[in-house]
Design a protein around this ligand. Structure first.
Ligand code: SAM
Ligand code: SF4
Length: 475
């Protein structure tokens, strides 16, 4: 078998593009797995080692039902061993849908004259955040189109506004952003405002495909987008999220490229992405694309399971683009974060709109419009531990210093207790009686399962303090 070795070396110029189509296609062409190879690769992953590109290619090419089942079972086991039963919850908050780009799949693209354009005024942004806090949200991701109005100063001021809104016991403790790529100065400005993760999706990593989907606008520059996170790192922003929009190009290529992007960041900056997202293409206002690369549900669950095994230490995000039933199934393969109570029409949280979606006011169609509490009910029912924890980022435990997985026992010592404390806050402040009853049971079960790994009496004490009115207690 002949294939080029992986290039983990630090490139001389960190901003040089690092996706090599031939290299990725070479791996995919050469990987002919049998079940023993698959078993060996899964064992390596369960031993908490990130897989190399050749190994990922083997998993991707494992098309027999038996091998697919092995991969899914491996991902389920890895999720249980590494992440335990926590699921972190967040909500997206769309701030503005003006856009100068023309991404062919997006309802916000500049050529879509049907889209109703809007940027939240300061007072509207405050009302949205109040409404989100009244539902119990603690973590948001602010979403922006690409437009001169949404410059780094504007984004930073939105972030600061969000942190200042306090409604009852509510507050937003972590504001992530999904926005167009910036220069190093721009990234410094948003970092200064206290953002959590800066998230950006390459959409498709295939340069030729990228060109056809992105005619015109700044986003037509593939390399500028690909190197955005290098600039973020240069600016000291080390908490970043990557993603690909599945449905634009061959999913096998995109999974390989996501892993390549991950090992590029690891090689250059000693820190991989905090999260990987894998949005699937959905209907959007006046969008009509060739369905050639559409990913079906079976392929989608394979993608999640393969990513889980490929990058055991990276958080995986599954959004409300997917229907509730599918989300429930896919959670088991290693997802660590989901959104709940999602509304993507601008201003919809404050208007508490529950009516049918209007695609001309939204970026794309979402398929899970359950309330946050309904999502939590289901998680509790499935024995998950819903978490609103924001401790690591607020204590500076990010990037290279992100110890969640490198310090033995870290999850049991910090993550699980913090998940319980933040769930306890939710149960006291926002949960209806039925949810609260089940929630306290789950907390009790989790306390019992800590078995001396952590100072259980101290956690119990903090839970009592929460019941008596204290907030924001964390380890
Ligand atoms: N304007 C920013 C940018 O392009 O980076 C923000 C991106 S957008 C508001 C968030 C993500 O939604 C995009 O990066 C894209 O992956 C995804 N998206 C766009 N159109 C979509 C569609 N029709 N279905 C599903 N996801 C879509
Ligand atoms: Fe604009 Fe982002 Fe939509 Fe592209 S994906 S049209 S850049 S909002």
């Amino acid at each position: 078998m002949i294939f080029k070795p992986e290039r983990y070396k630090i490139p001389d110029e960190p901003q040089k593009p690092f996706i090599d189509v031939e290299e990725i296609e070479g791996y995919l062409y050469n990987a002919r797995p049998d079940q023993q190879i698959i078993k060996n690769i899964i064992a390596k992953s369960l031993d908490k080692h990130r897989l190399n590109l050749m190994e990922v290619a083997y998993l991707i090419n494992a098309d027999s039902p038996e091998s697919i089942e092995l991969i899914k079972e491996g991902a389920r086991t890895l999720k249980e061993n590494i992440y335990g039963n926590r699921i972190v919850l967040f909500a997206p908050l769309y701030v503005g849908n003006k856009c100068t780009n023309n991404c062919q799949y997006c309802g916000f693209r500049t050529s879509n004259k049907a889209q109703v354009r809007k940027t939240l005024e300061h007072s509207e942004l405050v009302r949205e955040v109040e409404a989100l806090e009244e539902n119990g949200q603690k973590r948001l991701i602010l979403v922006f189109g690409e437009h001169p109005e949404y410059n780094p100063e504007f984004i930073a001021s939105c972030v600061k506004t969000v942190y200042h809104v306090k409604c009852g016991n509510g507050e937003i403790r972590r504001v992530n952003i999904n926005a167009a790529p910036m220069d190093i100065e721009g990234f410094k400005i948003v970092k200064e405002a206290g953002i959590g993760t800066y998230q950006i999706f390459q959409e498709t990593y295939h340069p030729e495909a990228y060109k056809t989907y992105h005619p015109g606008g700044k986003k037509s520059d593939y390399n500028n987008r690909l190197t955005a996170l290098d600039r973020a790192q240069e600016a000291g922003l080390d908490d970043v999220g990557i993603g690909a929009l599945f449905g634009l190009h061959n999913w096998r290529f995109e999974v390989m490229a996501l892993v390549r992007h991950t090992n590029h960041l690891e090689a250059c900056y000693n820190v991989g992405p905090h999260t990987i997202s894998f949005p699937r293409l959905k209907d959007a206002s006046t969008v009509n694309l060739d369905p050639k690369f559409i990913v079906n549900d079976d392929e989608f669950s394979r993608i999640v399971a393969i990513l889980r095994l490929a990058v055991p230490y990276t958080g995986l995000i599954l959004t409300a683009r997917e229907p509730a039933q599918l989300r429930k199934e896919i959670l088991r393969f290693g997802v660590s974060q989901i959104d709940g109570g999602t509304k993507i029409e601008l201003g919809a949280y404050a208007a508490s709109k529950n009516d049918n979606q209007n695609l001309d006011k939204e970026q794309f169609k979402i398929n899970d419009d359950r309330s946050l509490n309904e999502v939590i009910d289901e998680l509790l029912h499935e024995d998950y531990l819903p978490s609103f924890c924001t401790a690591c980022y607020r204590l500076g435990r990010t990037g290279e210093h992100f110890m969640e997985f490198s310090v033995p026992g870290f999850i049991k010592r910090f993550c699980s207790p913090n998940a319980m404390l933040t769930l306890a806050e939710y149960l006291v402040d926002y949960a209806p009686e039925k949810t609260a009853k089940k929630g306290w049971e789950i907390i009790e079960n989790n306390l019992n399962s800590l078995n001396g790994h952590q100072d259980v009496p101290e956690i119990r004490d903090r839970i009592e303090r929460i019941k008596s009115g204290e907030r924001d207690l964390y380890f």
